[in-house]
Design a binder for this molecule. Structure first.
Ligand code: NAI
Length: 341
């Protein structure tokens, strides 16, 4: 037996601990060789350490270079900045890979298989926000600056094309809003076209304005293969693509840098169902499969994905968000039983 790979585990807030526990149970049943270093972040860390991102958590990821993460609560409009954004910055996790693939049958679309590659460190998420005082009102004007760099645009587009080559994909679509945001989005599109030209003859490419892309995605999602786009558009479009295949409960996301990867669900802490034992753990389970892919254990990831797919398609023991009545634990047991059958 090989030495288990150490991975930082951040259970997270809300439904996080329940769905990460379920995922660990499944990984154990599949014989995955990981040693977990449990660490806190988000509200759970504020409660315990008075710090939403303790140094011990950062040190652990610096050492392991890998983390499986539950969702973290971020106060809206005030309070500390998003820990997810901070982690992406700290480890330069510039590529956010969000696949959306049809698993359930009898949904609106049967053949969706989209890889959305979102730039994860730039754009409107750089945190360059300020107020301007006008008269007596100190917050009369609010501004948020979008930053696109030539280097940042080039590396994310290249990542998308390299991903397409490695995984037998046919087309990469560069999604932008360069018609209006001629500088920032214009630079992204310029770099998109430059990199696309290098792959001509190997990977087809096109570009689409984000609003037209959103419309097409809900009408003809089968047309799309790999999409690469800037941070905010990627955030929004990836929720859209997860809606095409059955909702947030089913969509994982990998945050990848040069030497570090953090794997998580696309969804948040689901405060409305936290503590009820009914959350769908599939997205984190599929994120764990992305982790397995990342460390080269693709056959085990494929076995787990097949067990999840079969359980979901059968629709006998599935959670409420996908039309069933099963609890998180019952669903997890059903996936494990499939894995072993
Ligand atoms: P959300 O994704 O937590 O919930 C949206 C809706 O989807 C809710 O109705 C929820 O019940 C449902 N849902 C989400 N995941 C589910 C699952 N696994 N099973 C069944 N139903 C599920 O989004 P919301 O409410 O906007 O955000 C709540 C909190 O999560 C906020 O503090 C937000 O900042 C944080 N968040 C954290 C993320 C992360 O850590 N990666 C990502 C997105 C949001």
């Amino acid at each position: 037996m090989s030495t288990p790979r150490e991975v930082t585990l951040i259970p997270g807030d809300g439904i996080g601990p329940a769905i990460t526990d379920a995922t660990l149970r499944l990984l154990d049943a599949a014989g995955a060789e990981f040693r977990w270093d449990r660490q806190l972040a988000g509200m759970a860390a504020v409660t315990d350490h008075g710090d939403p991102l303790p140094e011990a958590t950062l040190d652990s990821i610096r050492r392991t270079k890998l983390a499986l993460k539950g969702p973290l609560e971020t106060p809206v409009g005030k309070g500390f900045r998003s820990i997810n954004v901070a982690l992406r910055k700290e480890f330069d996790l510039y590529a956010n890979l969000r696949p959306a693939k049809t698993v359930l049958t009898n949904t609106r679309f049967e053949n969706v298989d989209i890889i959305l590659v979102r730039e994860n460190t730039e754009g409107l998420y750089v945190g360059a926000e300020s107020y301007i005082k006008v008269g007596n009102d100190p917050q009369a004007v609010a501004q948020s600056v979008a930053v696109i760099t030539r280097g940042g645009a080039e590396r994310i587009v290249r990542y998308a094309f390299e991903y397409a080559l490695k995984h037998g994909r046919k087309r990469v679509t560069v999604v932008h809003k360069a018609n209006i945001l001629k500088y920032s989005q214009g630079l992204f599109l310029e770099m998109g076209r430059k990199v696309a030209a290098e792959y001509a003859g190997r990977i087809a490419s096109d570009d689409k304005i984000v609003d037209a892309c959103a419309m097409e995605l809900v009408m003809k999602p089968e047309k799309y293969d790999v999409i690469v786009t800037t941070n905010l558009f990627g955030d929004i479009l990836s929720d859209l693509t997860s809606g095409l295949v059955g909702g947030l409960g089913l969509t994982p996301g990998a945050n990848i840098g040069y030497d570090c990867g953090i794997f998580e669900a696309v969804h948040g802490t689901a405060p409305d169902i936290a503590g009820k034992g009914i959350a769908n753990p599939t997205a984190v389970m599929l994120a764990a499969c992305q982790l397995l892919d990342h460390v080269g254990d693709v056959p085990r990831a494929d076995r787990i994905r097949a067990a999840i797919g079969a359980t979901l398609r059968e629709r006998k023991v599935v959670t409420g968000d996908v039309g069933g009545t099963a609890t998180t634990d019952q669903y997890t047991d059903a996936v494990i039983a499939r894995l072993k059958s």
